[in-house]
Structures are given as C-alpha cells and as structure tokens.
Design a protein around this ligand. Structure first.
Ligand code: SF4
Ligand code: SF4
Length: 449
C-alpha cells in the first residue's frame, strides 16, 4: 500500500473548482411526501413496471424490472401507495418518459432484507473481510444485480454487467474512481470521508468478483483529506494490496479513459471500452452501494446529492430516489434571482431542466443553480484552443460546421463517437460556440440513420 503521485498526461482544462460544499457533512433529507419514479434509470434495456395504481408497496420492494441482462431493476424508495401513472420529459433526449407516483405513508416500512452483516456494527475488520471471502462471486454478482445498482457517477451502466467481462477480456487492474473532477460537486468527496468503510468493503467484494492483480483508489490532489483518510482506512483494514493514487486536479480527470491513460499509460482504443485494455473502473458511490447490497441486502433506493450554487444553504443531502427536485431546492433555500438555470449534474456535463417536479434518479449527483445569461454564439476564429483542450485528441471545431451543414457521416470520419461530451472544448472556446450541443445532435442523427 502506498500513495502514488501522478502527473497529468492528457489535455483537458484547469477549471475554477467552486467546491463550496466540500466541508458540509452529508445530511439525510426528510422523507418525501411522494416520489416520482421514472422507468428508465439505466443505460441499456428499459424496465417494465410490475406494480400499478392502488398497489401498496414497502421500501425496497421491486417495482420495475426487465428480463434483459443489460438492465437494472427499480425498487420503491418509500412505503405507501402507487397513486398514478405519469409522464416526464427526459432532460437528456427531450422524449417523454413513463413514470409512477407513490404517495408515502410516512411509516418507512421496509421489506425483509437478505442481510449478512450490518456495516455500522462491524467491530472486527478481519471477521468482516473473512465474511466477504466466504461469499461466492456468483452470489455477490446476483445480489448486485437484484439491488438495481448502476454506475452512480452519472453513467448509469448496470454494475453487474460491468463486473461480468467476457472470458476473453482478462482484467488485471481495477480502479476505484474518487476523482469527482466537475466543479461544484462534492458528493463523492463526502462519501469517501463519511462512508469510507462502505466504499472499501465494496472494493473487496469487487476484487473477489474480478480477481485483478492491481487495485487503485484514484483521488485528485484537491482532496488531501480524502487521500489521507482512505489511506488510513486501508491500513486499519489491512488491505495492503490497494494503492491510493493522487492525481492532478484537471478536468476531466474522472473520465474513465483519461484516468486509465494517466494511471497506467494505456490508451483505450477508439470506440473501445476499458475492458479492452484489461481495466474496470467504478466510482466510489457505486462501491458503497455494492457493499450495502451484498452485505446488508439493501437495494439502491437513495443517494448522496450535492445541492449547490445560488442557495442560501448549499448542502450534501442523502435523498430518496424519486424525491422531486423541488423538495431539495426548498430544503436548501434558493436565493432570490430574476434569472437562473437549474442544472442536473455539474456545470460541464449537466443537463438543464425547467420542471422542478423532475425527481432524483440513480444517475443524479448534483443539483446546481446558476445565474442565467444570454447565449452569444459567434463565428469560429480557428484559434484551435478546443483542439488543445480535448482529452480525447479530437478536432472539436469540426463538429459545429459539419452538423450545421447536415454532413453527419463526415462527423464519423472525425471520430465523433469517441467524444465523451466532457465540455472542455466549449469551456475554452472564445466564440462561445456550444460545441457539445452540436456533438449531441450529430451523434443523435447518426444513430437515427
Ligand atoms: S470534443 Fe468531446 S471529448 Fe473533446 S473536449 Fe469536446 S466534449 Fe470533450
Ligand atoms: S475554440 Fe472555438 S473559436 Fe477556437 S477553433 Fe475551437 S470552435 Fe473555433
């Protein structure tokens, strides 16, 4: 076990961090009176609801599922009654999304959980790690799948799929991602400080499933307290085989491909996945959820969300999935402003919404309220700053031009599919061109062909 300090080897940009909630401990948001559950909360196959209007449900009861492998079931975050079916606008696509509303009875009655041990009650790490050692990897994977866990850093790819690489893809390295490189967001930072044991128990479970020879916890150097804390916990738990890697705070360090390139010097091929270079990456919140699912039998029904920006009291809140954003906003006291934008996620990759009834979902890690400003897109001056900033070595300036001319197939020739939509190009663009918007349109048009 060691702290390895790495220098950056990718482009990207240095951003103002604005981590105004980094010292705010996670507080539990009071139970919502109702939750709104969208049917699509993972990348892959959508679920089907298995409850209907009038049904009584308990916390943790499965309410939606799919028979497809690349999917993750959804569980009720409250006890109460299904009161209606509804539609929501998906902020990522603009399409309508089926949803149900569950009225909470305020009782918080849970289903019986298939618990092996309670993490808070552990008094011997040796015994807890021995317990993990006795769990067959297949059983652990099944519990992760049944708990509905997806990538909680925002990607929402089902975790049981990520942890089941095909036999020909030999995984030699696992990276636990605690970078959290987007400005403003501090939920993962607080999770490492306050739920570090959960995170590292999850790491041990993942290690048991993947059996990699190298394990890293990757944290940016703007979180020295998290680096020290994770290292101390690793020592206390006797996890000698895990190294903490301190990385330069540079956006988008937390993107899987930049992380792999920086730590291992391996380049994920164009259109490829981390498993193509022998690596699996999971974020720290996902690892916490893995430990809670496998050890405590707890399905994914809540998550830590940073509520920040123009708030009187910006905070990190543990909120039930399905809680309307309006409940988080009023809890943190929105400051009076004539014009503001509500962003789900950070300022670089987040999505604007106008409907405050839109709920917390599995992929949400931040609600950001920013001052409004007028768009003032100008002509490209061919300064090439976007090329210098792109962590994927693309030519971002090409996409607006090609999309405006409907030359979508040429976007493929410029490897548009390899864009991770990090927004670094748009951030540095002096002409204020919303390059990522053009990229999204280009990708959508190509997918429709
Ligand atoms: S082209 Fe894509 S990957 Fe490159 S900087 Fe822009 S958004 Fe990021
Ligand atoms: S940064 Fe903006 S203005 Fe400069 S080349 Fe790229 S798109 Fe054009």
């Amino acid at each position: 076990m060691a702290i390895i300090r790495k220098k950056g080897i990718f482009a990207g940009v240095k951003l103002p961090e604005n981590k105004i909630t980094e010292e705010e401990p996670v507080k539990r948001l009071p139970l919502p009176q109702k939750v709104i559950i969208p049917i699509q909360q993972n990348i892959g196959a959508p679920c089907q609801f298995i409850v209907k209007r009038g049904n009584e449900v308990k916390v943790g009861q499965k309410i939606a599922q799919s028979d497809k492998f690349v999917s993750a079931p959804i569980h009720s975050p409250v006890s109460g009654k299904v009161s209606k079916s509804t539609k929501l606008v998906n902020p990522a696509t603009g399409a309508l999304l089926d949803a149900i509303t569950i009225d909470s009875d305020g009782q918080d009655q849970w289903v019986d959980l298939d618990s092996i041990l309670k993490i808070e009650d552990i008094d011997s790490w040796e015994d807890a790690l021995a317990e993990i050692d006795r769990i067959p990897p297949k059983k652990a994977l099944e519990k992760i799948k049944e708990a509905g866990i997806v990538g909680l850093g925002g990607a929402t790819f089902p975790t049981h799929v990520k942890l089941s690489p095909p036999p020909e893809k030999k995984i030699d390295t696992f990276i636990l991602n605690g970078c959290e490189c987007e400005p403003f967001i501090t939920s993962d930072h607080r999770i490492m400080l306050e739920y570090g044991q959960h995170v590292l128990l999850g790491l041990q479970i993942i290690k048991k499933i993947l059996n990699p020879s190298r394990l890293y916890v990757a944290i940016e150097d703007n979180k020295p307290d998290a680096i020290a804390h994770m290292n101390k916990l690793l020592e206390q738990m006797g996890l000698d085989e895990v190294d903490v890697v301190s990385l330069p705070s540079r956006y988008p360090m937390g993107a899987e491909k930049t992380l792999i390139k920086t730590i291992l010097g391996r380049v994920v091929p164009m259109g490829g996945l981390p498993m193509d270079v022998g690596v699996v990456v999971n974020n720290v919140a996902t690892s916490k959820a893995v430990a809670e699912a496998v050890l405590e039998g707890k399905p994914l029904i809540e998550k830590v969300v940073t509520v920040t920006g123009l708030f009187g009291e910006p905070q990190n809140l543990l909120a039930r999935i399905g809680t309307p954003i309006s409940a988080l906003v009023s809890h943190c006291k929105l400051r009076e402003r004539d014009q503001y934008h509500i962003i789900l996620g950070g300022p670089m990759m987040g999505l604007p919404i106008s409907d405050l009834q839109f709920p917390v979902n599995k992929g949400l890690n931040c609600v950001l309220i920013k001052e409004g400003y007028a768009d003032d897109e100008q002509n490209c001056i061919k300064c090439a700053r976007c090329i210098a900033a792109c962590p994927m070595d693309l030519m971002p300036l090409k996409y607006p031009e090609l999309v405006k001319n409907s030359a979508y197939s040429q976007c493929s020739e410029y490897y548009i599919a390899n864009c991770i939509e990090c927004g670094s190009c748009a951030f540095v663009c002096p002409a204020h061109i919303p390059i990522v918007g053009y990229i999204k349109t280009g990708k959508k048009k190509l997918a429709e062909k």
